[in-house]
Design a protein around this ligand. Structure first.
Ligand code: MOS
Length: 698
């Protein structure tokens, strides 16, 4: 059989709507997830978490539990194999939370103290619940509030220019307001799960994560193994949102499989996820804006506070949001943090930008009110021509186009700016707007493209599809690069053996992987002789985009967006109903309008949920959560989600081979502020503390 690429009839796949290539497998159950792939001899591990917030494990009384039916072992700090701790990871220092059972210290409620392994999950659970762990408890501190003692300024979290106090003093109009957002959790639909086994001298882990190569490399380091002797596969992943890096379940599955010489699966419960996989820190933010009477900003001061743990530093950099968005003569942004006896927070969809945009975009609405200027007009008057702090040119900046298109479609021109004047029975109606921005990043990745003897093409890349549609988008990109129909592409992803590739995160996955696929496809096309024979093993070309990505010039690269919301506030119950939302985004070339719309609408729904529902409550006395499950942690259900529309303006990235920028996170940015601003417009009352619960509205 011979094959060629580049037939004249090849249509362009990028930019056209495609249903998910794995859709049929998912809806028929043929797609298997990490916790449901069968294995002979499989044993099941159940996590036991600390119930105290600070102290030491005095004893793990494993003897009675070892006598229970089916129990194979109880791993804990007294008997666990040693793990390597002296290593680095691509995002900096390794997380000490992965040093499981290496010591007896307890730094927060929910720290794993034992893994009970049994023949069945039921036996493991029964034994785990019966396991008695004794603690020497110490006083703890989990209280996060604005301006609390212990706040410090982490390295690199402050940026400023100009004389803030002088510009504020010279301003005709000043807004000075404080905002808070609560602790929020990702809780992806598929819980974190891993099945580990030794196979012919290699450790193989089937895991639910956002970067199989990263997990494989970290497991190799923890267990002092050759990187090539660890393989992590994650063909299907049911959501991640930042929570699915290397987490305790995969480490402990690997540890137990090593100890027991048989396959071991560890699946987190929904409740365990609240302690084990990170979360968004609560924030307290103060924004000061100073403007001339015509709304031109003289001063922008955004001070944010967040919490981190005593074991590891993760900073929710809320104050970063405004850096590329608005210019001001004096421009100060800083995020401070306090170390508490809590689990370490982590990346959660639009980390920093989500809470930061709530505060700054709410403050902008307050400034518009004080200046008597339309909130869209106010933003357009403060559009920078270069990066306000960096001085760098923007690769492209189409925020104005987003507002103009959004205003037209939303019907903004007819808006009466006065608050609290539209009544419909018991309900007050209002509309609000906010800006969105998110960094555009790319990271080095590798890919391989094989021309098969049957005329099809196999692409291998350690990309992850965490539900975004990445697999489908990459299929379209590959089809165009090879100039063949998407049906001739076999997209293989989620296997660390396919080589280095960036995580599904930072809204940079599809952009980075697509770049690598295109490079490999180009190379392959050069090697394919038109009409030439393809050997049975195919012809494979490989790529590595390290050099190309490294050669990118320094610029302000961002996606932008305009968020619109209309709310109805029931003044007798305090209930806020969002009636409609519209998001218009400038987010690069859109590869697949169908799945892209899903990403934007999903992000906007997060924003709605953040504005009105989500709030994890920590009990000061115990240090743990109250209601850490999906009954206690409220989030938007279908009935809460109104007509949400998302669309985009033309905004191809000038540097990317396809023009992609990234769409995973921008949808949530600004959405909560647009809703809070609409609530003000409806009622005349500013809500500066999320969520806008009925008891806060009344
Ligand atoms: Mo995202 S918070 O970068 O997974």
């Amino acid at each position: 059989m011979t094959t060629t690429t580049g037939t004249a009839a090849a249509t362009r796949a990028v930019g056209t709507a495609h249903t998910r290539v794995e859709g049929l497998a998912k809806v028929t159950g043929a797609a298997r997830y990490a916790g449901e792939i069968p294995h002979p001899e499989l044993a099941h591990g159940w996590l036991v978490l600390s119930t105290v917030a600070r102290g030491r494990v005095r004893s793990v009384q494993d003897a009675p539990v070892l006598a229970m039916p089916g129990v194979l072992t109880v791993l804990h700090h007294g008997n666990a194999p040693r793990l390597e701790s002296d290593y680095t990871v691509p995002f900096g220092q390794p997380d000490p939370a992965l040093q499981l059972f290496q010591h007896d210290r307890i730094p927060y409620v929910g720290r794993p103290v034992a893994l009970v392994v049994a023949e069945t999950p039921e036996q493991a659970r029964e034994a785990a619940e019966a396991l008695v762990v004794e603690y020497d408890e110490e006083p703890h501190d989990v209280a996060f509030f604005a301006g609390r003692p212990g706040m410090y300024t982490p390295e690199g979290s402050a940026a400023h220019k100009g004389d803030l106090e002088a510009e504020l003093a010279a301003s005709a109009v000043v807004v000075d307001a404080e905002y808070t957002t609560p602790e929020e959790h990702h809780s992806p639909m598929e819980p974190h799960a891993a099945t580990a086994r030794w196979d012919g001298g290699r450790l193989e882990v089937i895991d639910s994560n956002q970067g199989s190569r990263f997990v494989a490399d970290e497991l190799a380091k923890l267990f002092s193994l050759d990187p090539d002797s660890v393989r992590v596969r994650s063909e299907h992943v049911g959501g991640g949102f930042g929570s699915k890096g290397t987490r305790p379940h995969s480490v402990l599955a690997a540890m137990a499989a090593t100890v027991l010489h048989r396959p071991v699966r560890v699946v987190m419960t929904r409740r365990q996820m609240f302690a084990l996989v990170g979360y968004r820190s609560p924030t307290a933010q103060r924004v000061r804006l100073g403007a001339d009477a015509d709304g031109r900003l003289r001063a922008l001061d955004h001070q944010a506070e967040c919490q981190t743990s005593t074991v590891f530093e993760f900073i929710e950099r809320s104050a970063d949001f405004g850096r590329p968005v608005y210019d001001a003569d004096a421009h100060h942004t800083v995020t401070r943090a306090v170390r508490l006896d809590v689990p370490t927070p982590t990346w959660m969809r639009a980390p920093g930008e989500a809470p930061g945009s709530f505060a700054l975009e709410s403050a902008f609405d307050e400034l518009a009110e004080k200046c008597g200027i339309d909130p869209i007009e106010l933003r357009l008057r403060n559009e920078p021509t270069v990066g306000p702090l960096s001085g760098l040119p923007f690769s492209s900046r189409n925020l104005r186009a987003c507002f103009e298109e959004g205003a037209r479609r939303f019907g903004w021109a007819d808006r009466d700016p006065r608050p609290g004047v539209r009544r419909e029975g018991r309900r007050l109606l209002g509309t609000g707007v906010a800006a969105a921005a998110f960094p555009t990043l790319s990271a080095p990745s590798t890919a391989a493209v094989t021309a098969e003897a049957d005329g099809t093409f196999t692409v291998r890349v350690t990309a992850m599809d965490i539900g975004t549609g990445a697999r489908t988008a990459l299929t379209q990109v590959a089809a165009d690069a090879l100039e063949v129909a998407p049906g001739r592409i076999r997209m293989r992803i989620g296997d660390s053996d396919f080589g280095r590739a960036i995580i599904a995160g930072g809204s940079m996955g599809t952009r980075s992987w697509a770049w690598a696929i295109i490079a490999a496809a180009r190379e392959l096309r050069e090697r394919l002789v038109p009409g030439g024979a393809v050997p049975p093993e195919g012809i494979t070309a490989r790529s590595d985009t390290s050099a190309a990505v490294g050669a990118l010039t320094e610029m302000e690269r961002h996606t932008f967006g305009a968020q619109f919301a209309e709310v109805a506030v029931d003044v007798t119950t305090g209930e806020v109903r969002v009636q409609r939302m519209l998001g218009i985004f400038a987010a690069g070339r859109i590869v697949n309008p169908l799945t892209a719309r899903g990403q934007f609408i999903g992000g906007m729904t997060w924003g709605l949920s953040m504005a009105l529902h989500e709030e994890a409550v920590r009990d000061q006395a115990s240090g743990g959560h109250v209601g850490a499950d999906l009954a206690g942690y409220h989030f938007a259900a279908h009935a809460d989600v109104p007509a949400i529309e998302a669309d985009w303006v033309d905004d191809p990235d000038p540097d990317d081979p396809v023009g992609i920028k990234g769409i995973g996170e921008i949808g949530v940015v600004g959405a909560a502020a647009a809703i809070a601003n609409a609530v003000w417009h409806a009622t005349g009352v500013r809500h500066r503390n999320l969520p806008i619960r009925p008891d806060r509205v009344l």
